[in-house]
Design a protein around this ligand. Structure first.
Ligand SMILES: [Zn+2]
Length: 684
């Protein structure tokens, strides 16, 4: 049983998504099918959650319109890239609502939740509770100031809204109020002990469950550190009007947390697949022999390695994940991929601008897949890999094989005598006999980069062998030798046609048809795959070279997207004119402490601060009222310019000035001395 992260239906698929969860799944699924394994691979659109309602609100459309649009667009992207899910579903279906609600009710009966009525953040302007993406603030773990109410994307920590520092409503920007509501919590702390054993040792309920050493180090390492720092209870319901309604009387206006319903979506998707294929879904989720593998990006580790296993175990009757080979992130041209900043290569754009080149993109993404740590896509690298590897090695090799076979033997595979093979030929054939199991082993260990390298290594070997053996010279001087060389090259090329299929399905199909191979299995790859007398047909150019202008245009497109968003790289103001040391010495800078603060009547921008300067307590007016409320300012230590000539503003005399830093986005930060510096300390 294989799943790939349900893509979130509020945006398009970009190359980072593909490299994270879909291409790895596709390579593995295609390989398993060729190897004759019983495999089902499901996915579907994740159509609930606050990010969707938020986007709908902004676009002034219904959430349904948003998810319908992206469900469609995401499917196009997957089809265009030959991502071969056995079934692709969506979580807004009635069927899924039923499945998720029944799952919830079973957990409820078993006492898996704690029901708490407590104060939650509420936006008084927008009149709604603020969960997940409706609220942002500073992450209590890593201090990143873009954390959401359910998760910090910077450090990956799972959060509750009330843990955020300086929370803000993303709906209105308002400072949220606390208001009582009832929530169903998953007390994760109860599960620490067995989860630790499950993750660290691969032991579940006292039995060996999976090979823990097969898990990626960054995945188990992250889980271990979460468990070790103590698992907090997580709310599994939300006060929202879009999602799977909580199936409990009196819970109107509440829905299941999107990360409760989304992984259950894997089960629903399997049910739908089973119905359409005359199979039993239970065979895939409820029998111990089944391996359950989740392909995801690293931002989803907590949900798949901790929360979903808890839900499955609490429900009972289900198997648990045997591996969660999460990938890290793929960056783009020196920067993080960002949907909001349009810093991405969108799959549908690529398919439109590079028709017929899906294998090229798959190849490059698989070559640089972020399996253990973040990696980076650049267009220059794309061009190099396509030109130097796909076109010059694989394309060139198979093309020469087919052209020469047609030229010398009318397309017939030439007959040879085993006794005529020399050591070099034997070495090449030996490599062919070992390659299928080597590549299979790498794919099963989810080491797709290495597996692709090994498969391409066969093409490289063939290309080198042909260049060195020069069949075009042998053909005149020694026809027997020429036949041996060509026959060997044909075997190499035919093996490429099979072994590269999981990675390059379109090109492999073309190759297979040129070599007369039909629906090959993995076991068909062998040194004597193509029989003497088989007829080879023509092959159109497999890979066209990419011109420099083409990738340059893509980079310019990215740059202009960057320029179009306002969050361009900060432009720093030029340095002011030089001043003398004597000038500087005239500044009397001191640490001050704000002991009181109030608004200045009829002045929107001004706050009236009372500052303890060590010398006195003085009044300073500051134009920061649009950025800070008085209660945010009291108690802070600030940098005070004490000897600025006093000035009367709105009838109040300001005796100095406090220093502020202006950030790239125009917001203000206090210039605060390090801990330990006290009011009155002189700054010099
Ligand atoms: Zn963080």
């Amino acid at each position: 049983m294989m799943t790939s992260a349900l893509p979130y239906a509020n945006g398009q698929i970009h190359i980072g998504h593909v490299a994270g969860a879909y291409l790895p799944g596709d390579i593995r699924a295609r390989f398993e099918r060729m190897a004759g394994s019983d495999v089902v691979w499901v996915c579907g659109s994740d159509e609930h959650g606050a990010a969707i309602t938020l986007r709908a609100k902004k676009a002034q459309v219904t959430p349904r319109e948003i998810v319908d649009r992206y469900h469609e667009e995401m499917q196009q992207a997957f089809e265009g890239l030959d991502i071969s899910f056995d079934h692709y579903s969506r979580t807004s279906s009635e069927r899924h609502h039923d499945v998720a609600q029944n799952f919830f009710l079973t957990l409820l009966e078993k006492g898996s939740f704690e029901v708490k009525t407590e104060a939650q953040f509420y936006d008084p302007k927008a009149k709604q509770f603020l969960a997940d993406r409706y609220i942002t603030g500073t992450c209590p773990k890593c201090q990143d100031d873009g954390a959401y109410g359910d998760q910090c994307e910077k450090c990956g920590s799972a959060l509750s809204p009330t843990e955020l520092i300086d929370p803000k409503s993303t709906l209105s920007g308002a400072k949220p109020e606390l208001k009582d509501t009832t929530l169903w919590y998953l007390p994760m702390g109860r599960h620490e002990r067995w989860l630790k054993e499950y993750i660290e040792k691969g032991i579940f309920e006292g039995q060996p469950h999976h090979d823990a050493s097969a898990w990626k180090a960054h995945v188990s390492g992250q889980c271990r550190s979460w468990i070790d720092s103590g698992l907090q209870s997580r709310a599994m319901t939300r006060d929202l009007d879009w999602g799977v309604p909580v199936p409990v009387e009196g819970a109107e206006g509440k829905v299941l947390y999107v990360w409760l319903d989304a992984p259950i979506g894997y089960i629903t998707s399997t049910m739908e697949w089973a119905e359409q294929n005359d199979a039993r879904w239970q065979d895939w989720w409820k029998t111990d022999e089944t391996e359950l593998i989740h392909f995801i990006g690293k931002d989803n580790i907590v949900f798949h390695c901790l929360i979903f296993p808890i839900l499955l175990r609490e429900h009972g009757g289900y198997i648990l994940p045997t591996n969660v080979p999460a990938n890290a992130f793929m960056n783009l041209e020196g920067d993080k991929i960002s949907t909001s900043r349009n810093w991405a290569v969108w799959v549908n754009d690529f398919l439109q601008e590079f028709p017929g080149k899906s294998d090229e993109l798959r190849y490059v993404l698989a070559s640089i897949m972020p399996e253990q740590k973040d990696s980076e896509f650049t267009w220059a690298d794309y061009r190099e890999r396509v030109n130097n590897e796909l076109a010059d090695v694989l394309g060139n090799f198979v093309n020469r094989v087919l052209v020469l076979t047609r030229k010398y033997y009318d397309g017939n595979v030439p007959a040879i005598n085993a006794a005529d093979l020399n050591n070099t030929d034997h070495a090449v054939l030996e490599t062919l006999s070992e390659a299928p199991s080597q590549i299979a082993d790498l794919v099963r260990r989810n080491r797709f980069r290495d597996a692709l390298q090994a498969a391409m290594g066969i093409a490289r070997l063939g290309n080198k062998y042909m260049t060195e053996q020069e069949p075009w010279k042998a053909y005149k001087a020694n026809p027997t030798r020429a036949a041996v060389i060509l026959n060997t090259c044909i075997q190499v090329a035919a093996n490429c046609a099979v072994l590269l299929e999981p990675f390059l399905p379109k090109s492999a199909a073309k190759l297979q048809s040129a070599f007369g191979i039909e629906n090959p299995t993995w076991a068909d790859a062998a040194p004597d795959m193509i029989q003497v007398g088989s007829i080879l047909s023509e092959l159109p150019i497999l890979f066209e070279k990419v011109e420099a202008e083409v990738v340059d245009a893509q980079v310019s497109k990215l740059e202009s997207a960057r320029a179009a968003t306002n969050v361009a790289r900060p432009e720093f103001k030029p340095q002011k004119d030089t001043m003398t040391f004597e000038d500087f010495q005239k500044l009397d800078l001191r640490v001050g402490e704000v002991i009181a603060c109030e608004r200045v009547p009829k002045a929107d921008r001004l706050l009236n601060l009372t500052i303890r300067s060590g010398l006195d307590e003085r009044t300073v007016l500051s134009g920061i009222a649009e950025h800070f409320a008085p209660e945010d300012v009291v108690g802070r230590r600030v940098t005070l310019l004490a000897n600025l000539a006093p000035r009367k503003i709105r009838g109040i005399e300001s005796q100095g000035m406090i220093l502020m830093a202006e950030t790239a986005d125009g917001s203000l930060r206090f210039v605060t001395p390090e801990e330990g510096a006290e009011a009155g300390d002189v700054i010099s």
